[in-house]
Ligand binder design. Structure first.
Ligand SMILES: C[S@@+](CC[C@H](N)C(=O)[O-])C[C@H]1O[C@@H](n2cnc3c(N)ncnc32)[C@H](O)[C@@H]1O
Length: 234
């Protein structure tokens, strides 16, 4: 299988290859991925692509997950909500291949995937397109000179606010305290988002229906505390 090389300047991440894929993952990439991939023609970055136009049938709600890793969370969500349509972005081919391998035999493949910078897809979506957005354990970029690369930043929050419906959820999580504080501050300072926390320690309490990824479980074992930052689009 060949993948086209990134051409767009935004495509900083595109299709990074780590370990070689095993046979099952390669097969899933060859056969399933092309069926579920968001087409290039939809990456207009012109706010003119409705999520419904990416699926064969209408869905009752549309959610997006940015940086899904191996896709464990989005896969669980797809099973929990078979009537929803999911948009899921992850630039790492190993993560994408693991996810494709996981769902390859499922009847309900209610997801469309992007193996690239999620922001390209966000910028392509119409206003009020999404019922919710997950950003789980984003890269922390610990050095302060790299903080501007953090996915939760004022520019991206403007884009998220545009594509989220009024009342839609922006759900963020991290086990890096400095990043938790950063994300909470950025979102709380944005005029279009309101923190749903009602008590001081709400953000330390695991929501009842939470799906823990392997990444989160590893962090817990290492003694790190997860923060759950749930904001609502006003
Ligand atoms: C620390 S991992 C967490 C993975 C997963 N969300 C979890 O909780 O297990 C962060 C992921 O975000 C992805 N990522 C970083 N920047 C991204 C972007 N602009 N668009 C989509 N994914 C991105 C990375 O490739 C990486 O897999």
């Amino acid at each position: 299988m060949t993948h086209s090389e990134p051409t767009d300047k935004r495509r900083l991440y595109g299709r990074r290859l780590g370990r070689p894929l095993n046979t099952e993952r390669q097969e899933a990439m060859d056969h399933l991925y092309p069926r579920l991939e968001v087409p290039q023609s939809a990456l207009t970055q012109k706010a003119d692509i409705s999520p419904a136009s990416l699926f064969d049938t209408d869905k009752t709600a549309y959610w997006m997950e940015i940086g899904f890793g191996n896709g464990e969370h989005v896969a669980a969500m797809m099973q929990q909500n078979p009537d929803y349509g999911y948009l899921a972005a992850e630039p790492y081919i190993n993560g994408m291949a693991a996810f494709m391998r996981e769902i390859r035999a499922w009847d309900n493949q209610n997801v469309r995937v992007l193996m690239d910078d999620a922001i390209m897809l966000v910028k392509s979506l119409t206003d009020d397109a999404l019922d919710g957005l997950y950003v789980l354990n984003p890269d922390p970029w610990p050095k302060s000179k790299h903080h501007k690369r953090r996915i939760i930043n004022p520019d991206n929050l403007n884009d998220f606010a545009r594509v989220l419906k009024s009342g839609a959820k922006l759900i963020m999580a991290t086990d890096v305290d400095d990043l938790a504080e950063w994300m909470a501050t950025q979102a709380a300072n944005h005029p279009d988002f309101e923190w749903t926390a009602t008590q001081a320690d709400d953000w330390r309490v695991t929501p009842s229906d939470w799906i823990k990824t392997r990444y989160e479980q590893k962090g817990e074992k290492a003694g790190r505390k997860q923060s759950y930052l749930i904001f609502e689009r006003t």
